[in-house]
Ligand binder design. Sequence first.
Ligand SMILES: [Zn+2]
Length: 373
Amino acid sequence: MTPSGVWPLTSPRFPRPAASWLGLPLPAAFAQASRGSFDGIRNSTIRNDSIAHPDLQPHLCSLNRYSLEVSLTIKTPCPICGLNVPFKSTSSGKTLNCGRCGEYHVSEELLVISIPLELRPYLSAAARQGSDNSAPILLNQSNLEDIAANHRSVTTSRKVDKVLHYIAAKCRQPGVLTGIDFDLDYPAANCRDGAELLAYVEYLIERGLLKKSTAGNLSNVTMYSPTIAGWQAIEPSLPIGGEPDRCFVAMWFADEMDDVYELGFRPAIVECGFKVYRIKEDPTNKGIADKVLSEIRRARFVVCDFTGERTSVYYEAGFAHGLGREVIGCCREGAVSNLTFDTRHLGHVVWKDAADLRQKLADSIRANIIPKR
Ligand SMILES: [Zn+2]
């Protein structure tokens, strides 16, 4: 039996899986459904172990016969946070749609091992933010540590920014309210739990950047909206931080790196909502040194790939760092041991190939650079 109805109707941001069996024991709920009273079953859930229940079989057949569009789905525990969530099977694993971690892909082996507890808050943040940016991540046994690493050192200031940006992104414009579910939404801003998210929300209210709706809120959802001051606070500040949507890539210009740029760096940056600039593509790059420095000044952040040990990349990283630009360091696996200068504090993205780079870099940008509105 495959899930029907719920997928993809359930939004990863606001999945409201049903609360319960609506007070009915399972067979009774199905009996009610098979008699044509579908409200009793809509949005209800079937646990995997319930499917085998012999009392259910005739009712399931009945449902099937009528080809009903009921929200009926088999669920599986989210391997990151444990919520029971709907899923789709794929050739290499499963795509899960978790109310907390959003939509993400997992390899089959991850569904049978237990993800280390210590990694889970970071993975939940990575998965949720990938989902919110329409770029679901793929988790497998070998990339868990790397993906978690991108989300380990998010500062308090950045989390506060993320909360405000998250709410603004959902509201889209001043005057619109959006709901926050503290039990489900905390990974969107790298919080460890709802209490941490609530602390940032209250801080933003104290600062006059956010307001809470005074109208009746649902039991698990509270409505918020940025104030005008809040909207102004997230407006980009050009003179200090460069152009808000611009990224400079410093890397080795060897031909062997062109595919890595086209299939890794460029798509990762673009999918996160930024324009990308690399000097090699610029036909106007006459006085290269001056052009490089002016482009770094224009950029919101800089991605420096140290593969190939180019001194120019070290120089550009240092220049960007001195300007206060955020720098994301990258290096091909196997080349890390050659680095002559320790750049690990830049939170290196260590990549195997262009596809691996694309995913890890996009995730690092979402973790470390203020998200797009
Ligand atoms: Zn989850």
